[in-house]
Design a binder for this molecule. Structure first.
Ligand code: CIR
Length: 259
């Protein structure tokens, strides 16, 4: 069976603008965050999403959860079912409940259970393959639970060791047409062998996190070498200012729960 056709045919995105508490978002190297600027950057992100033609549903900010604008993490939609993840970061635990009812109303759902941990930032759906990073946020039990859930549907899960970065998608994203955008240091990983690659140079490492929708790729603004390669492969590049989300270790894929 095919998990995803070529190009990435997404039609829906759920987003949640950052609240005031976004200034307290998790970060490996915390820097002062401007919440108002983050909100205006988020609005530009939503404009870019709109340009791709997806239907956008915007949820209310939730001050209890500083990181809850990163909608990619608490759930994932695979093969028409919604999997409710069990977050790896304790301060983000309640975020799954925030999206559970919305997803139950639209999808058949499954929930991961303790001691699993798994965040959507570790999940790459790519040309009929489902790669899941084993990272500080996603453990082997989480990967095994997804594997067991999807095996009856004929979907195989490939585990990928993730070291020195937050999530698998921090440094590699699938944009459709068999193209993976991958940070140079990670580009030779055997798991990417069969993909066509946009190799992101070290000085543009943040640009490895992208969001490919149809002929478009949403990217953080200011990374010309990556953009040039994407255009050479026929994609239309939509740039979004992301300085405040960068400070919170999040990128453009992280801001949407997409299907
Ligand atoms: C966190 O550490 O959980 C957030 N500050 C960043 C989450 C980024 N999400 C993603 O890559 N999918």
């Amino acid at each position: 069976m095919s998990l995803n056709s070529t190009p990435n045919n997404y039609s829906h995105a759920l987003v949640r603008p950052p609240g005031e508490s976004f200034v307290n978002a998790l970060a490996v190297n915390p820097q002062p965050i401007d919440a108002a600027l983050a909100r205006s950057q988020h609005a530009e992100y939503v404009n870019a999403l709109r340009e791709t033609g997806v239907t956008i549903e915007t949820l209310k900010s939730d001050e209890r959860y500083p990181d809850s604008c990163f909608m990619q993490d608490p759930a994932m939609i695979v093969d028409g079912i919604a999997i409710l993840n069990r977050m790896g970061a304790p301060t983000r635990f309640g975020e799954t409940d925030l999206v559970a009812d919305i997803l139950r109303a639209r999808f058949e759902t499954r929930a991961l259970t303790a001691p699993a941990s798994l965040e959507g930032g570790d999940v790459m759906i790519a040309n009929g393959r489902l790669l899941i990073g084993e990272s500080e946020r996603t453990n082997r039990v989480g990967i095994e639970q997804v594997r067991a859930l999807l095996a009856p549907r004929g979907i195989a899960v490939e585990g990928v060791a993730v070291k020195g970065m937050l999530h698998l998608l921090t440094d590699a994203t699938y944009v459709g047409n068999n193209v993976v955008v991958v940070w140079d240091a990670f580009a030779d990983a055997p798991v990417f062998r069969d993909f066509d690659k946009v190799v992101v140079p070290n000085e543009e490492a943040y640009a490895a996190n992208t969001l490919g929708i149809g002929k478009y790729v949403i990217v953080p603004a200011g990374y010309p070498k990556t953009n040039e390669q994407l255009r050479a492969k026929g994609f239309e590049v939509l740039q979004v200012p992301m300085s405040e989300f960068y400070k919170a270790d999040g990128g453009v894929s992280c801001l949407s729960l997409i299907w």
